[in-house]
Write a protein that binds this ligand. Structure first.
Ligand code: IPD
Ligand code: CA
Ligand code: CA
Ligand code: CA
Length: 287
């Protein structure tokens, strides 16, 4: 039930159109002073009016173009469809950067078939559009990954000490101390770390060689749906720890040899272990 090549190409074209249209709204509508509209899972998990506006635009265009498809978006949740295709939307990936005017935020749009859960779906089309500078990564399943028309491939495999590794820290506050422990162990063993602030852009950076590898705990379906396909189509392995598929517990990406080394280290560090939150982790800034 996978779409044929021509359909994949159509889905890629629509993913790109959606990401660019929402990107134009996000870019042109950014006020000088961006305000936090609400906080979500914790005090550090913020959302702005533009996150909602971007997702509304994406849903409006999809309802007109592909009314039978399902939609799963970060801000408005899941609406099931009947076609077998689900669109997985991150209306702004990198909201904290958007808030502060740091130009690393993107619109991420993917089309998947099967249940809309990483590890169970098959991603068939994806686009990540970097709003501030316009860089646009696209991929179709079996059709390669491209940035602005240039075919992408990951960097050659390297030892960790020669690898620039991206990571991120989710907004589940209780996990942050654990993530800091992993960083403390990892940092002396790699060329350097980058925390770009958009997981979708991190995965695309692996695809185009501006990172050697990336790992992150806590990624949600919309963070990785498009970027993981772009990375895979550029030759990356995208996986979890201990034979698990990439997903919330852990997502590691890069060329196979680099990923094998990074996975071994993260497994040794129990980087996917869950700890019970202490009171100070449970409510950062809450007192
Ligand atoms: C976040 C970004 C960030 C990652 C967080 C995500 P958002 O997405 O991708 O890089 O570290 O885990 O939640 O909230 O800006 O869409
Ligand atoms: Ca968010
Ligand atoms: Ca996100
Ligand atoms: Ca988001």
């Amino acid at each position: 039930q996978l779409p044929d090549a021509a359909t994949v190409a159509e889905l890629v074209a629509l993913a790109e159109r959606l990401a660019r249209e929402a990107g134009a709204l996000v870019r042109e509508g950014r006020p000088d002073q961006v305000d936090v509209a609400a906080t979500k899972s914790s005090a550090i998990d913020v959302v702005t009016a533009m996150d909602y506006a971007s997702e509304a635009l994406l849903r409006r265009v999809l309802a007109a173009e592909r009314p039978q498809d399902g939609v799963l978006g970060e801000e408005e949740g899941h609406v099931a469809g009947s076609s077998g295709v689900t669109w997985v939307l991150d209306p702004i990936d990198g909201t904290v950067n958007y808030l502060y005017g740091i130009p690393a935020y993107a619109v991420s749009v993917a089309a998947v078939v099967g249940p809309p859960e990483p590890g169970r779906w098959t991603a068939v089309a994806g686009c990540v559009h970097a709003v501030a500078d316009g860089r646009t990564w696209v991929a179709g399943r079996g059709q390669g990954a491209y940035r602005d028309g240039r075919r992408l491939s990951v960097n050659p495999e390297r030892p960790l000490v020669e690898s620039l590794v991206g990571t991120g820290f989710g907004y589940v506050a209780s996990r942050r101390r654990e993530q800091a422990r992993v960083v403390a162990e990892l940092l002396p063993q790699v060329r350097d770390l980058r925390r770009i602030g958009s997981a979708a852009m991190d995965l695309c950076a692996v695809a185009d060689g501006s990172l050697d590898a990336h790992y992150e705990r806590g990624l949600q379906p919309w963070d990785l749906a498009a970027g993981a396909l772009v990375a895979q189509e550029a030759g990356a392995v995208v996986t979890g720890l201990r034979g698990a598929r990439a997903g919330e517990a852990m997502t590691v990406s890069g060329p196979a040899g680099t990923v094998a080394r990074l996975v071994a280290l993260l497994e040794r560090l129990d980087a996917d272990r869950d700890v019970v939150a202490g009171p100070e982790e449970a409510e950062p800034g809450g007192s």
